[in-house]
Design a protein around this ligand. Structure first.
Ligand SMILES: Cc1cc2nc3c(=O)[nH]c(=O)nc-3n(C[C@H](O)[C@H](O)[C@H](O)COP(=O)(O)OP(=O)(O)OC[C@H]3O[C@@H](n4cnc5c(N)ncnc54)[C@H](O)[C@@H]3O)c2cc1C
Length: 161
């Protein structure tokens, strides 16, 4: 049997729209960044080039990352919503799916369904102080809010992490 991490679907199998949330978009692992023991950030690039510009998400949202043949897990997006060429997901390896993600190599392909979930209301926070509070694996998703705040720093008052 072909190991799941060697699964290489054709780019055109990405031909899905957000109207079909149950069907994954295929993305390759572009880079893996070790963050801490048992935690790495996976930078994913969609195989379908049109998705690299059309896919959008809001700070705080998550994707379902799927390893073919093994299953999928909810993983928050940990990169900036203003930088869409590669999407970051920071994963703590705890069980079946996340351990399978830990074995992925650059060039391997995963399924991405999403984005899902509600978002942090950065528009509403303009002109106000912001306190970002999190611990452990809850911290990386805050980066999806922190980068736009840093990029538009004058829109906000005090920012405390
Ligand atoms: C909306 C949402 C966003 C999430 N974002 C992230 C994220 O950005 N990064 C990330 O790493 N995880 C995130 N998670 C958690 C992630 O989805 C789970 O850790 C993952 O689905 C576990 O699947 P698994 O198959 O690896 O483990 P399973 O095989 O399902 O579980 C194996 C064992 O590990 C235990 N376990 C499961 N999760 C954890 C945990 N987090 N800590 C300690 N023990 C655990 C289970 O109780 C079980 O005993 C998020 C979850 C949700 C709902």
């Amino acid at each position: 049997m072909t190991p799941a991490t060697q699964f290489k679907p054709h780019a055109h199998s990405n031909a899905v729209s957000s109207a079909r949330p149950m069907q994954p978009y295929w993305a390759e692992v572009a880079e893996i960044q070790a963050e801490a023991p048992g935690v790495s950030t996976f930078w994913l690039r969609f195989l379908d080039e049109s998705l690299r510009t059309s896919y959008r998400f809001l700070p705080g949202q998550f994707n379902m990352l799927g390893v073919p043949g093994l299953g999928e897990s909810a993983i928050s997006i940990s990169s900036s919503p203003e930088k869409l060429d590669r999407i970051g997901h920071t994963v703590r390896f705890v069980g079946n799916v996340t351990q399978a993600i830990s074995r992925l190599k650059v060039g391997d392909v995963v399924g991405v369904r999403g984005p899902f979930g509600s978002a942090w209301p950065l528009e509403r926070l303009k002109g106000r102080d912001i306190v970002l509070a999190a611990g452990g694996i809850g911290l990386p998703p805050l980066r999806s809010a922190l980068y736009p705040i840093m990029n538009h720093r004058s829109d906000y008052e005090r920012v405390v992490v």
